[in-house]
Design a protein around this ligand. Structure first.
Ligand code: PMP
Length: 386
């Protein structure tokens, strides 16, 4: 199972408080349910009501390149980026997608030469996000094909390189690695938000992908957005989405607009007053606490290791912060070769390194599950000894 929603095992249902201590803990997917308490607390501030007559048209604004983008959503995207300072929105086209997964495919379509005899190569540095190879190749397109690890890519000709920063699965900040002519870059910035990483620069790349799934935690809303410099590329991405789904749910866009507005309001207001009411402060606190608990558990166990990250100055928080990635890239030390099976034996479901083009001694573990599951996970991990 290589998509984010795959996997089996006992999860904690909505509002369910208690997890039996022998439960299977499913941390294979990156489901961001950790954020539920914040949004519960926001109550009516983040609630919308859509009357039956609203949102009936296919169209949102026919004068825009992306004619199915709701103006309210576009406005809140710009407002949020301005508050956080993680990406330049000036002179950009915004393209909305059903998750950044659809936008990723739209980007491949838009960046592939339409008259080439062979499909263009798509690469990303290992360990790469496990969905890239499967999403690229599942329809066996004549336009593009997965060509593997960017570090070992040595073919001539044009290519598309996917740069994920911070990276899924290992959490490190990244730049492109191929660095030669004929390449086009897609920057997947799903995790470039202050709860996960110090924001060291206002990014300004040609094509940047974002998603509400990891910024606010609303993965079920299935919305992402692309910031695109080149009008022709934005037009082609829009065409892909037109042919694929004739646009993107307006109901979802209105909900996401309200969610983003509530988020930005929470941080704008608390800049002056209470700190912890701000979504990013809340997220940062929990992530820092969870990473500390995980590092303690790994130390107590003695069987695993974790990546070490360097702190950096975060332009948003105006202080030095440490990266607290959304996933832990855990390595089984010693004899164990297949870390996924080893942990499965302890009723912990994770995703093997081989899905990310890496050694099966590694697994990726979600850090974004509900509190009860995460607590049980660190307790169980710390009791595993060689
Ligand atoms: N890119 C990366 C790096 C991701 O980790 C994910 C989700 N796990 C996505 C894209 C897809 O996000 P969405 O839910 O918006 O399709």
């Amino acid at each position: 199972l290589v998509t984010e929603n795959g996997g089996v095992g006992v999860g904690v249902g909505d509002g369910q408080k208690f997890l039996p201590s022998d439960s299977v803990i499913n941390l294979d997917h990156g489901d961001p349910t950790m954020y539920e308490p914040f949004w519960r607390k926001m109550g009516d501030k983040a609630t919308i009501v859509i009357p039956g007559w609203q949102c009936m048209s296919y169209f949102s604004d026919i004068n825009k390149v992306c004619w199915f983008l709701e103006p309210d959503f576009a406005q809140e995207i710009i407002r949020l980026h301005k508050l956080v300072g993680n990406a330049n929105t000036e002179d950009r086209y915004i393209v909305v997608g059903t998750g950044s997964t659809q936008l990723f495919q739209a980007a491949l379509y838009a960046l592939s030469p339409s008259n080439a005899t062979d499909p263009i190569s798509v690469v990303s540095a290992a360990p790469y996000y496990s969905s890239y190879p499967s999403v690229t190749d599942f329809l066996k397109s004549g336009l593009y094909r997965w060509a593997g690890d960017a570090y070992t890519f040595d073919e001539e000709g044009p290519y598309i390189e996917l740069v994920t920063s911070p990276n899924n699965p290992d959490g490190f900040s990244r730049e492109s690695v191929v660095k030669r002519g004929g390449g086009t870059l897609v920057h997947d910035l799903a995790y470039y938000w202050p709860q996960y990483t110090p924001l060291t620069s206002m990014t300004d790349h040609e094509l940047m992908l974002f998603t509400v799934s990891k910024s606010t935690g609303h993965a079920g809303t299935r919305l992402g957005w692309a910031l695109v410099k080149d009008k022709a590329v934005a037009k082609k991405m829009t065409k892909y989405i037109e042919l694929n789904t004739i646009g993107v749910s307006k109901d979802s866009q209105l909900r996401a607009a309200k969610i983003l507005k509530t988020l930005t309001d929470s941080c704008e207001i608390t800049e002056k007053t209470d700190h912890t009411e701000c979504f990013f402060e809340y997220g940062h606190l929990i992530m820092a606490e969870r990473w500390q608990q995980l590092r303690d558990a790994v130390k107590r166990s003695g069987v695993f290791s974790l990546p070490q990250f360097s702190p950096d100055f975060c332009n948003y928080k105006r202080t030095v912060t440490e990266p607290h990635p959304a996933f832990a890239w855990l390595r089984c030390e010693g004899e164990v070769q297949d870390c996924e099976s080893f942990l499965k034996g302890h009723k912990i479901l994770t995703r093997s390194g081989r899905h990310f083009g890496e050694d099966p001694k590694y697994v990726r573990v979600s850090m974004l599950d509900r509190n009860e599951a995460f607590k049980l996970f660190v307790e169980r991990l710390s009791s595993i000894h060689s």
